[in-house]
Design a binder for this molecule. Structure first.
Ligand SMILES: Cc1cc2nc3c(=O)[nH]c(=O)nc-3n(C[C@H](O)[C@H](O)[C@H](O)COP(=O)(O)OP(=O)(O)OC[C@H]3O[C@@H](n4cnc5c(N)ncnc54)[C@H](O)[C@@H]3O)c2cc1C
Length: 392
C-alpha cells in the first residue's frame, strides 16, 4: 500500500467516477489508498455516458446532486489547470414529447415531487422560439437545472485529484476482495494478495458479483446504453431528453399518463426502442440512448437512435458521426445507490448502483463511503444502506 500517512490501508476496486472520487476522499482523509482498475480510467460508463449533471427527480438523490455540484466547483478551484470545470451557469433541460398530454402529466408530477424547481410547460411556438433546431409539433417541459460536461472529463478530474493526493492507481489489474473468517484481509490481484484494512468495491455493474461471489446477492444489474456522438453544426443550447425517458429515470409520470401503473426502475419494462437525449459539450453532441438488458452491438443502434432523435431535432439525421459507443448503467433494484458496509464481511464496503445518475450523484456518495471508512460521522441515509437488500 502506498501513501505518506499512517492512516488505514484501503483498497478501492474500480476506476470509474465513483472509485476515483472515493480514493481521492480517502487519501484526503489520511488513508493509504491503492485503486485497482481492470482496464483503464473511465473505461466503463464513467467515460461513455451522455455527459449531463442534472437535478434528479427522486428527492432522495437531490442532496447528493447539490453536494456533487459543490465538489466539482471545489475540484476546479483546487486544480484550475485540471481540464475540467462545471459550466458557470445551467444550460437548462427540455423534456420533449410529441403529445401535450405527456408533458402536462410530467410537469404535474415534477411540480409535486421536486417543488423547488421552476417547471414550465412550453407549447410548440414558444419552444421553437427558444430552440429553433426543434421539429414542428414538439412540446416540452423546461427544467432549469442541467449542466452539460464532456462525458469522461469529471472522472479524469477525480483521477488527477486522487493521484496528486498519493493514491496508487494500478491499471490493467483485475482485483477481488479476499476475506478470512468474515473479516476482509485485502484484495487478490493476478494471483497475488495485497493486504488492506478495508476494501471498497466501486466496480459499477460488476460490484455485486465482487462483493458476493456466491451469486445470491444481486441488487445491482447492468442496463446498457448506446450513445452516438455527432458533430451538429447548430446544436440546441439546452440539454434535450425525451419525456418518456422519465420512466427510465424513475419518475413514472409518463407511464401513468399513458394509463400504465407508475413503475420504479427495478420493475419497469426496459425499453427496446431508443429514447432520445441530446447533450452538447466540448463541440460534440451525444445523442442517446437505449435501455437494454443485454450488451448491445453499438453500430446496430446508430440508425435507430438517430432516426428517433431526428423526430425532435431534424438536423441530427445528417450530422457527421464521430463514434457510436455502449456502456452499462449500474442500476440498483430500487433505483438508489448502495453506499456502506455489506453485512456479511467486516471491512468490506460498496459504493455503486447510481444507475443513470452516477456523474450527477456519484462523487457525493463517494464522500459518504470514505467518511465511513475513516471512522467519521458519514450521515448516510438509511435508504442507501446496502443491507436493505438483505445479506448474501
Ligand atoms: C448511455 C449512458 C448515459 C449516461 N448518462 C449520464 C448522464 O448524462 N449523467 C449522469 O449523471 N449519469 C449518466 N450515466 C450514468 C453514469 O455514467 C454511471 O452511473 C456512472 O458512470 C457509474 O460510475 P461507476 O464508477 O459506478 O461505474 P463504472 O464507470 O462502470 O466504473 C466501474 C469500473 O470498475 C472496473 N472494474 C470492474 N470489475 C473490476 C475488477 N474486478 N477489478 C478492477 N476493476 C474492475 C470497470 O472496468 C470500470 O472501469 C449514463 C450511463 C449510460 C450507460
Amino acid at each position: 500500500m502506498s501513501g505518506p500517512s499512517n492512516g488505514p490501508a484501503v483498497a478501492v476496486i474500480g476506476g470509474g467516477i465513483v472509485g476515483l472520487a472515493t480514493a481521492a476522499y480517502l487519501a484526503e482523509g489520511g488513508a493509504r489508498v491503492t485503486l485497482y482498475e481492470r482496464e483503464a480510467i473511465a473505461s466503463g460508463a464513467s467515460g461513455r455516458n451522455s455527459g449531463v449533471v442534472q437535478h434528479p427527480f427522486d428527492p432522495a438523490l437531490v442532496p447528493l446532486y447539490h453536494e456533487t455540484v459543490a465538489a466539482y466547483r471545489r475540484l476546479a478551484e483546487i486544480a484550475p489547470d485540471g481540464g475540467f470545470a462545471l459550466p458557470a451557469s445551467s444550460a437548462g433541460l427540455l423534456l420533449v414529447a410529441h403529445a401535450a398530454a405527456v408533458v402536462e402529466a410530467l410537469a404535474g408530477h415534477l411540480r409535486a415531487t421536486v417543488p423547488e424547481l421552476a417547471i414550465e410547460v412550453l407549447a410548440e411556438a414558444e419552444l421553437r422560439r427558444l430552440e429553433p433546431s426543434i421539429a414542428e409539433g414538439v412540446v416540452a417541459v423546461r427544467v432549469p437545472v442541467a449542466y452539460p460536461v464532456v462525458p469522461a472529463a469529471p472522472t479524469y478530474a477525480w483521477a488527477n485529484r486522487a493521484e496528486r493526493l498519493g493514491v496508487a492507481i494500478r491499471l490493467g489489474r483485475s482485483a477481488r476482495p479476499s476475506a478470512v473468517a468474515g473479516r476482509v484481509t485485502g484484495v487478490d490481484v493476478d494471483g497475488r494478495h495485497d493486504p488492506a484494512d478495508a476494501v471498497v468495491v466501486a466496480a459499477g455493474p460488476w460490484t455485486a458479483e465482487l462483493a458476493d461471489p456466491s451469486g445470491r446477492w444481486r441488487p445491482i444489474r447492468p442496463l446498457w446504453g448506446v450513445v452516438v456522438e455527432t458533430l451538429l453544426a447548430s446544436p440546441p443550447g439546452h440539454v434535450i431528453e425525451e419525456a418518456a425517458m422519465d420512466v427510465a429515470l424513475g419518475t413514472g409520470a409518463v407511464a401513468a399518463a399513458a394509463g400504465a401503473a407508475p413503475e420504479d426502475p427495478a420493475s419497469s419494462d426496459v425499453a427496446s426502442t431508443p429514447e432520445t437525449s441530446l447533450v452538447t459539450a466540448g463541440g460534440a453532441t451525444a445523442v442517446g440512448s437505449t435501455f437494454l438488458e443485454d450488451e448491445p452491438d453499438p453500430p446496430a443502434w446508430t440508425e435507430p437512435i438517430l432516426a428517433r432523435a431526428a423526430t425532435f431535432v431534424p438536423a441530427v439525421a445528417d450530422a457527421p458521426i464521430r463514434e457510436t459507443r455502449a456502456c452499462a448503467r449500474p442500476l440498483a433494484a430500487d433505483g438508489r445507490p448502495l453506499v456502506g458496509r455489506v453485512p456479511w464481511v467486516d471491512g468490506l464496503l460498496i459504493c455503486s448502483g447510481h444507475g443513470p445518475w452516477g456523474i450527477t450523484t456519484g462523487p457525493a456518495s463517494a464522500r459518504q463511503v470514505a467518511d465511513l471508512v475513516l471512522g467519521r460521522d458519514a450521515a448516510i441515509p438509511a435508504e442507501f444502506d446496502p443491507a436493505r437488500f438483505g445479506a448474501a
